[in-house]
Design a protein around this ligand. Structure first.
Ligand code: NDP
Length: 452
């Protein structure tokens, strides 16, 4: 038996890599982890966490105006980006420290440097050291990609937003996915003049059509200048900002442009070729349902595999990997019925099939209600929320649940349990409503609005 320096070497200190390293170390394995940037990865340092704090920050403008409608005597305040950014980065430093400490306490050896594969069990570190491991876990995540066009580098990507010296007066956001729509809402709420170009007919492709429509409507109502069927043709830095020529025939100046045009796996320079691993079409590490590559000692989890780009999924993939390899209990990763939320204003929470997907598969009944919630109606806001269930006509199972409302992310987490358990429409119906809430509509919809 060859002897290795470690039982497991993890490349990448994001949510997935850190969790896998800690869990493996807890089984008694000798584990090391290399991270070239900050511990915590995309989610903690330049993704979910700072984004959600910005979502909170941006919501206060609307809350202040609502508060006045409820009788509070409040003057309009102004948002100080400098103050917020300072606190934001202090919080990220704290969280990075927590991640580091958790790893250290688990007995994982940390290498603050870049690692490259040189063989099925071999790793070269950027500082010149070479180490070996029985198993290697690639958890290098992904990074934002700009469209391939001249001068694309003058546009920002999501990583850059958290480090801006000052908020721009105006910004063009290109894209219609999670990141584009979330930042459109955030920056609009913080007082930036936001224009958004999306090349398709409706934002949030892949989500339920009715839900996408309602989110788009709400974004426009809040002041986001959203143009669908529009893309950027040319971009150039000029004296007073960035000049953009677009497919709608306009040429406009913006202070900043943000490309939220998708993310690509971080496999460049990783040494995949050295060990005969051929990346997939998007540059991803190709794995089977146990996260194992075609080189048996090498596994990969998280965004670098381009399966489902969500933190909790990367964490689960990491845990399934440890269960399979270190606990001798082969555990495939369950990618079925993953609830998720887009943190737009209002939020979109979703689990299961969209109406459009379900219709293609089997006869369905659609239960949906859209209404002005009590809290907003009283404040004079015209916002509507959507509660929607997709039900299989024959089995009665709830195949999908879609919620557009404040805190839809919180609601869909709970609805997701019922859907994952295989709840039927009748199970929803026999659950007593919590009154008065928005979510009670999920258990009080009696007649389908349509069948298909
Ligand atoms: P998405 O893949 O969700 O969206 C990319 C968007 O950019 C799409 O609208 C796409 O259009 C458009 N696009 C792609 N290429 C071009 C181009 N060359 N020119 C113009 N438009 C283009 O990626 P995001 O970057 O928004 O997010 C990446 C992933 O991160 C998400 O898929 C999600 O899994 C995860 N994420 C999750 C969050 C959450 O859970 N709340 C928050 C943020 C990110 P088209 O639709 O036509 O392809």
């Amino acid at each position: 038996m060859p002897s290795f320096d470690y039982d497991l070497f993890v490349i990448g200190g994001g949510s997935g890599g850190v969790r896998a390293a800690r869990m493996a170390a807890a089984t008694g394995a000798r584990v090391a982890l290399a991270e070239e940037s900050r511990m915590g990865g995309t989610c903690v340092i330049r993704g979910c966490v700072p984004k959600k704090l910005m979502v909170f920050a941006s919501g206060y403008a609307e809350m202040m105006s609502d508060a006045r409608a409820y009788g509070w005597d409040l003057a309009d305040g102004t948002f100080d980006w400098g103050v917020f950014r300072g606190k934001l980065h202090a919080e990220l430093d704290r969280l990075e420290g927590v991640y580091r400490k958790l790893l250290g306490n688990s007995g994982v050896e940390i290498f603050d440097t870049r690692a490259r594969l040189t063989g099925p069990h071999d790793i070269a570190l950027a500082d010149g050291r070479a180490v070996s491991a029985k198993h290697i876990l690639i958890a290098t995540g992904g990074r934002p990609q700009r469209p391939e066009m001249t001068n694309a580098e003058v546009g920002l990507v999501s990583d850059d937003i958290f480090d801006l010296d000052q908020l721009p007066g105006s910004i063009l956001i290109v894209g219609g996915g999670y990141i584009a729509c979330e930042f459109a809402g955030i920056l609009n709420g913080l007082g930036v003049n936001v224009t958004q170009y999306y090349r398709g007919a409706q934002i949030l492709r892949g989500f339920d059509d009715e839900a996408r429509g309602l989110v788009a409507e709400a974004m426009r109502a809040r002041g986001v200048d959203l143009h669908c069927g529009t893309n950027i043709l040319e971009i150039a830095r000029v004296d007073d900002g960035i000049r953009v020529k677009s497919t709608n025939g306009t040429e406009r100046n913006f202070d900043q442009v943000l490309f939220a045009t998708g993310r690509v796996p971080n496999t460049e320079g990783l040494g995949l070729d050295a060990i005969g691993l051929v990346p997939g079409r998007r540059g991803e590490v190709v794995v089977d349902s146990y996260s194992q590559t075609s080189v048996p000692s090498i596994f990969a989890i998280g965004d670098v595999t381009h399966r489902v780009q969500l933190t909790p999924v990367a964490i689960r993939e990491g845990m399934a990997f440890v269960e399979t390899v270190f606990n001798g209990n082969p555990t495939p990763v369950d990618h079925e019925l993953i609830p998720s939320a887009v943190f737009t204003q209002p939020e979109l929470g979703t689990v299961g099939l969209t109406e459009e997907e379900a219709r293609e598969r089997e006869p369905v009944e659609i239960y949906a209600t859209s209404f002005r919630p009590m809290q907003h109606a009283f404040a004079g806001r015209s916002d509507r929320v959507l509660m929607k269930l997709i039900v299989a006509r024959d089995s009665r199972k709830v195949l999908g649940c879609h919620i557009v409302a404040d805190n839809a992310g919180e609601m869909i987490q709970l609805a997701g349990i019922a859907v994952k358990m295989g709840a039927t429409k009748e199970d929803f119906d026999r659950t007593v409503a919590v009154h008065p809430t928005m979510a009670e509509e999920l258990v009080t919809m009696r007649e389908p609005v349509r069948t298909a």
